[in-house]
Ligand binder design. Structure first.
Ligand code: GTP
Ligand code: MG
Length: 268
C-alpha cells in the first residue's frame, strides 16, 4: 500500500484492512486545521483525477480542506495522483491500495480506509469521475453546519435533483429497484431518506467512531445510514451527470455484491 502526501512521500504503512494505526506506528501526514476531508474512491480514473482536484479547489477556495483519493487503479492513476499531491494548491493526499487483499470491500472499503485516514471534522464522499458535481460541496458543508446535521445526503430524487446521468432506462430502473429494496428492508432507518444509495454525501466524521463498518460493493451510503448513529439528517438536491471520461466500473457483479451487502446489513 502506497501513500502519497502533500510532500510527495511514498511510504508503505498499513497491513490489509487498514485498521486504525496504533500510535506507535507511523501516522499519515495531516493537513493542519482541515475542516473537511473529501474522500474520492478511484479506480482507473487517470483522465478524471486532475479535473476533480481542480474543480474541488475552485469550489472550496475559502475552506480548509484536504482531498484524499483512495485508489485501486491498475492504470497510470497513481502517477497522476503523485503529481497532484506535489502541488501545494490542491491539498491532495492519496492512498494507493495494491492489487489483492488490500483492496478489500472495493469502492466502499476504499471509503472506509479513507475515513480512517481523514483529518477533517466532516468527511464528504464523492466519485472521482465528476458525475457528482464538486461545486455542490460548499452547500453540503453549509447545510451540515447550519443544521448541526450528522449526515447530509446529496439527493437525486427530490425537487431540483436529477438522475439524468444514469446510463439509460434499464440502469435507471435498476437503480430505483435497488433503492426500494433497501427501503423495504430497513423501513425505520431509511424513513424520510429519498436517495439512500447516493454515493455523494457529507457526514460528521465522529458518527463513525466506535462503529464497525464492513461494506462490500458500491453502496457505502447505505452502510453509513444503517450502522452509524445519527440524529439530524438533511437532504440537498443534485443532478447526477453523465460520465465524461474513463469507463464505468458498475457491472452485473456490482449488482450481486449489493444483494450480499443488504444481507450482511440485515443479519450481521
Ligand atoms: N477505490 C476504488 N474505487 C472504485 C472502485 N470501483 C469504482 N470506483 C470508483 O468509484 C466511483 C464510482 O464508480 P463508477 O464506475 O463511476 O460507478 P457509477 O458512477 O455507479 O457508474 P457509471 O454511472 O456507469 O459511471 C468512481 O470514482 C470509480 O473510479 C474500486 O473497486 N475501488
Ligand atoms: Mg460513475
Amino acid at each position: 500500500m502506497r501513500q502519497g502526501t502533500t510532500t510527495g512521500q511514498a511510504t508503505s504503512l498499513y497491513a490489509h484492512g487498514l485498521r486504525l494505526a496504533p500510535s506507535s506506528e507511523p501516522q499519515p501526514e495531516r493537513v493542519a486545521g482541515a475542516t473537511l476531508t473529501i474522500i474520492a474512491p478511484s479506480r482507473n480514473e487517470e483522465e478524471s483525477a486532475t479535473l476533480l482536484a481542480e474543480a474541488v479547489r475552485r469550489a472550496l477556495d475559502s475552506t480548509a480542506y484536504e482531498l484524499l483519493f483512495v485508489d485501486d487503479s491498475d492504470d497510470a492513476t497513481p502517477q497522476v495522483l503523485q503529481q497532484l499531491a506535489e502541488r501545494e494548491d490542491l491539498h491532495v493526499r492519496f492512498l494507493h491500495r495494491a492489487r489483492g487483499p488490500e483492496r478489500w470491500g472495493g469502492l466502499s472499503g476504499a471509503v472506509v480506509d479513507g475515513l480512517k485516514l481523514a483529518t477533517g471534522a466532516y468527511a464528504c464522499i464523492i466519485d472521482a469521475d465528476l458525475q457528482h458535481p464538486p461545486e455542490k460541496i460548499p452547500e453540503l458543508l453549509r447545510a451540515a453546519q447550519e443544521h448541526d446535521a450528522d449526515v447530509v445526503m446529496a439527493c437525486r430524487y427530490i425537487p431540483g435533483g436529477s438522475s439524468e446521468g444514469l446510463d439509460g432506462p434499464l440502469r435507471t430502473l435498476f437503480s430505483l429497484g435497488c433503492k426500494w429494496l433497501a427501503k423495504i428492508l430497513f423501513p425505520r432507518r431509511l424513513r424520510g431518506v429519498h436517495d439512500p444509495l447516493s454515493g455523494f454525501l457529507l457526514i460528521k466524521r465522529s458518527i463513525t467512531r466506535d462503529v464497525s463498518l464492513q461494506p462490500i460493493g458500491f453502496k457505502i451510503s447505505l452502510e453509513l445510514l444503517i450502522r452509524c448513529p445519527r440524529q439530524r439528517f438533511v437532504e440537498v438536491p443534485y443532478r447526477f451527470r453523465r460520465r465524461a471520461r474513463g469507463t464505468s466500473k458498475a457491472d452485473f457483479r456490482v449488482g450481486t455484491l449489493y444483494l450480499q451487502h443488504l444481507g450482511r446489513l440485515r443479519f450481521f
